[in-house]
Design a protein. Structure first.
Length: 343
């Protein structure tokens, strides 16, 4: 049995014609909105649990991982002065140190380590920046490059001028399509306003003399204001049920013309819930460096976390082995450079 305050679908009559298209659409909107609300709630719950587990299980490993990588960059810096390295090896080692230090300067949270890596990057990156520009300004290639740059600049300026002109025209006077959209939006919002006015009239706490009932109506009215501000038609319908203002059979008696604005408003509410769900998913992927869509279901988030923990533990062990080899084995640096070039 559904909860008392959930919005009930329109029941199919057993002795009359089947549901009309608008009635069936009303039911479908309610079903999809309920499913989308559950999915959004699941995303919010799963991401909150993920954040807590990430802080507990992943962040300490990340700190160790970054500290070891900073140590590796410093060991490589010390090895760069070793005798016996060829000119090519020194150049490759300098490039590798600069790249590694740049990534660490951008990703390490510890301020002292970040500053040390930035200084290391600047020292190696600036070593190759002093090469003079030997391009002939009068060569055909340079002339062609300058002409293309001028053409691109002119095209960009023209496109900006056209965009400014179109924006000014749109700002002066709305077009027929925009006026139609505004009228449709006003019509779709009509059921929302009607329900809000009825609820506000019934639940206004100043009109209630009983203290307990005044407290109940004050709480309900706060929820009504929030639902109305959010354009939440299903929320207002549920509040009507709680305020005993609506009989589910009453909606079943609505004509298709009366139901159409409700359906448009429910469709808008469903689209907004879908947008919020996509935003929650995309924000999670952006926060944790995942490809968009990589976390497709909230139930799978903890699987991503466990995989990250395993990967970090393996990387930390590998870094420790690398550091030991660089300190203890004479040929380890050449092996490291060979792998760095291959990568």
């Amino acid at each position: 049995m559904p909860p008392r305050h959930s919005v009930l679908p329109i029941a199919t009559p057993t002795h009359a014609a089947p549901l009309s298209a608008q009635q069936a659409q009303f039911n479908e909107h309610l079903r999809r909105i309920a499913a989308q609300q559950e999915l959004l709630a699941a995303w919010n719950e799963a991401t909150a649990a993920f954040h807590a587990r990430y802080a507990r299980d992943v962040e300490p490993l990340l700190a160790t991982y970054h500290a070891l990588y900073c140590e590796l960059a410093q060991v490589l810096d010390a090895e760069a002065g070793r005798k016996g390295l060829s000119k090519a090896d020194r150049a490759a080692l300098g490039e590798a140190i600069a790249r590694l230090a740049a990534r660490l300067a951008a990703g390490v949270r510890d301020e002292a380590l970040r500053a040390a890596m930035q200084a290391l990057h600047d020292r190696y990156a600036n070593a190759d920046e002093a090469a003079p520009d030997t391009a002939d300004p009068d060569s055909p290639e340079e002339v062609l490059r300058r002409v293309e740059a001028q053409m691109h600049a002119a095209q960009a300026q023209a496109e900006q001028a056209r965009a400014t002109h179109h924006a000014a025209r749109r700002a002066r006077k709305p077009g027929a399509r925009e006026r139609q959209a505004q009228a449709a939006a006003r019509e779709a919002a009509q059921p929302l306003r009607e329900i809000y006015r009825r609820l506000a009239s019934t639940l206004h706490p100043d009109r209630e003399s009983d203290p307990a009932e005044r407290t109940r109506k004050t709480a309900l009215m706060q929820r009504v204001n929030l639902a109305y501000a959010a354009g939440d038609l299903t929320g207002l319908l549920q509040l009507q049920l709680e305020a005993d203002q609506i009989d589910p059979a009453r909606i079943a008696a609505f004509s298709d013309a009366r139901l159409a604005p409700y359906n448009r408003l429910l469709a808008d509410q469903l689209a907004e819930l879908q947008r919020q769900t996509r935003a929650a998913q995309e924000a999670f992927c952006a926060d944790y460096g995942l490809e968009p869509g990589a976390a497709s279901k909230p139930a799978k988030l903890m699987g991503h976390l466990r995989a990250q923990v395993r990967d970090l533990q393996e990387d930390i062990q590998h870094l420790r082995l690398q550091l030991r080899a660089l300190r203890e084995e004479p040929d380890a640096l050449r092996h490291w450079l060979r792998h760095a070039r291959a990568a």
